[in-house]
Write a protein that binds this ligand. Structure first.
Ligand SMILES: Cc1cc2nc3c(=O)[nH]c(=O)nc-3n(C[C@H](O)[C@H](O)[C@H](O)COP(=O)(O)OP(=O)(O)OC[C@H]3O[C@@H](n4cnc5c(N)ncnc54)[C@H](O)[C@@H]3O)c2cc1C
Length: 536
């Protein structure tokens, strides 16, 4: 730490300053800290949010959680609710219609993933991430907000202010704005949001009431109750009867203070259909639906992730999950550039890959009757096109109605259960820490090429021979699933997305082929990669 002589502001240095301790900021900071990158996370509030907000962690987000060894910790915090919606005259009414919420069924997810979604409230989920980050010894400062930033060619100087008004400066190579839908970082960068704001205004009430005993078994995750006051939504958020009620209102004609304890208690009793229900009000607030995406995700050495980059209505349950997956995409790229393994170009692929996902999820959440896209396709099935991979142009086989796993570059590597030393492991458990090459049972020849290229490019490269002496493929499915001959190979990035595929080793200069594959994952320009791709 240094002192700035002119105005005695402490100047701290770190590699990455992350602003905001919501899911996006916590995941970014964990992704960096677990690779040993010096990171500072600052959060304006005194603690992580105490409002439940999202209540479902998607299968792809749970894969990330599982990779970090946190799945059991999250599952311990799950509460009992069906991953389905219900439209009914009141919460306890026997007449009602069940509707899908856009989450894949548990068994559907488990066919293509080592895990599945978790029904957990965001305020129970975030502390698991924070605890993990603290164990990784990252620097976390609560009660600290960002108030100014200044960029030069080599990094960012940020001014922070703590809750007692004391200022400090942080010099970092990179800044990540994970500061939510009203992002100060976004405004300071001059980034605009594109898309509709104020689609709907809702007043939300967090309360406790013994509703589970009235509903009986099979509480739905989301209960929609149409009425004369507009739509009311009721969500369980715990096993001990903590609920959220959200109802449309008009802020042009009313003030939020007019929603008194008595008034919202009456709203809860009317929507639940239980007169005289004892209700304890925990908080009353308001929020607005928007379906927007930032016009840029990167400005110089500063990046936007999560709600700072996109505003997605809760319909479809993709807001928090998109935030988690943005952060996971960006963290390894920052790490690789900081290590000198990749050039700055790699960082441009963050926006190229994640902005279309943010835009799609925002658009999908815009209308109540948005198209019912395949729930796995928009989560596990996200396939990137960018300069951080080289499409091999090979067809996947006949087009099918629903998404299915593929070994094509851009896709998340297909999950397959293998055995190692008698224990079951998923292909997803075999990643990294740097680049991972997966090959079929006759692919040992790639090991030498990997050693050569790793030494030449200075990048850590691990090789996994599937179906060989160590990793058994009991169902012999690997090569078919990945679209490879027995000696073919794929290059997989640390975020689990395939960067390159060579369907066989036949007739190739393996070191040259793999050099192209690994350079593709490092963001070597797409034109350069496709020009040379013919060699592989
Ligand atoms: C009622 C409701 C229901 C929702 N339901 C779902 C759902 O079912 N499924 C789903 O996936 N998503 C849902 N969401 C959306 C989800 O909560 C958000 O998408 C998610 O929290 C985004 O995470 P984030 O980290 O980007 O932002 P946030 O969680 O908003 O975190 C941003 C953090 O930055 C901090 N901050 C702000 N400004 C500053 C500053 N200047 N300096 C320092 N810190 C700052 C804030 O205090 C905050 O802690 C819901 C949201 C709401 C409001």
């Amino acid at each position: 730490m240094q002192e700035n002589a002119t105005n005695s502001v402490e100047v701290h240095t770190t590699s990455v300053l992350v602003v905001g301790a919501g899911p996006a900021g916590l995941v970014t900071a964990i992704g960096l800290a677990r690779q040993g990158v010096p990171v500072m996370l600052v959060e304006r509030q005194a603690q992580v949010s105490t409002f439940p907000r999202a209540t479902a962690v998607s299968p792809r987000s749970m894969e990330i959680i599982r990779e970090w060894g946190l799945e059991d910790r999250v599952r311990e915090r799950e509460f009992d609710a069906l991953p389905l919606g219900r439209v009914a005259p009141t919460l306890v009414s026997p007449e009602g219609m069940t509707v899908p919420l856009g989450f894949p069924a548990d068994d559907e997810a488990r066919r293509v993933s080592p895990t599945s979604y978790a029904v957990v409230a965001q305020d129970a989920f975030e502390p698991v991430l924070l605890e993990h980050l603290t164990r990784l010894r990252a620097e976390v400062r609560f009660g600290t907000e960002i108030v100014a930033i200044q960029q030069d060619g080599t990094g960012v100087m940020s001014t922070l202010r703590n809750s007692s008004g004391r200022r400090m400066a942080v010099r970092s190579r990179f800044l990540v704005g994970a500061d939510g839908s009203r992002s100060a970082v976004r405004s300071m960068l001059g980034v605009e949001m594109i898309g509709p704001d104020h689609l709907e205004e809702l007043v939300s009430v967090l309360f406790r009431a013994p509703l589970r005993s009235h509903v009986g078994s099979g509480v739905h995750g989301l209960n929609m109750i149409p009425g004369s006051a507009g739509l009311t939504v009721m969500l369980p958020t715990s096993d001990d009867d903590r609920w959220v009620l959200a109802q449309t209102w008009d802020p042009r004609t009313e003030r939020i203070e007019e929603f008194t304890g008595d008034r919202v208690t009456a709203m809860i009793r009317a929507a639940s259909g239980v007169s005289g229900l004892p209700v304890e009000i925990l908080s009353i607030g308001a929020f607005s639906f928007a379906a927007q995406v930032a016009d840029r995700y990167r400005v110089g050495n500063a990046f936007l992730v999560g709600d700072a980059a996109h505003r997605i209505t809760p319909r479809g349950g993709t807001g928090m999950n998109t935030a988690i997956q943005d952060a996971h995409n960006l963290a390894w790229k920052l790490d690789f550039v900081l290590r000198g393994w990749a050039a700055d170009d790699l960082l441009d692929t963050y926006a190229a890959e994640r902005r279309p996902v943010g835009a799609q999820n925002a658009a999908r959440s815009e209308t109540p009757t948005s198209p019912d896209l395949d729930a796995l396709a928009i989560d596990i099935g996200i396939t990137y096109q960018s300069g951080a991979l080289a499409d091999d142009g090979c067809p996947d086989g006949p087009a099918e109605d629903s998404w299915r796993p593929t070994g094509r570059p851009g896709a998340r590597l297909p999950h397959l259960w293998l055995t190692r030393d008698g224990e079951q492991v998923s292909t997803l458990d075999l990643l990294g820490p740097g680049i991972t090459v997966f090959t079929g049972p006759d692919g040992r020849c790639w090991r030498r090429a990997a050693d050569l290229v790793s030494a030449e490019l200075g990048v850590s490269v691990a090789v996994r021979v599937v179906g060989g002496a160590v990793l058994h493929d009991p169902a012999r499915e690997f090569t078919t699933l990945y679209g490879l001959a027995a000696d073919g190979a794929v290059v997989v990035r640390p975020d689990g997305h395939i960067a390159w595929r060579s369907q066989s080793a036949d007739g190739l200069d393996l070191a040259q082929a793999l050099r192209l594959g690994i350079r593709a994952s490092l963001g070597a320009s797409s034109s350069a990669v496709s020009d040379e791709r013919g060699v592989a």
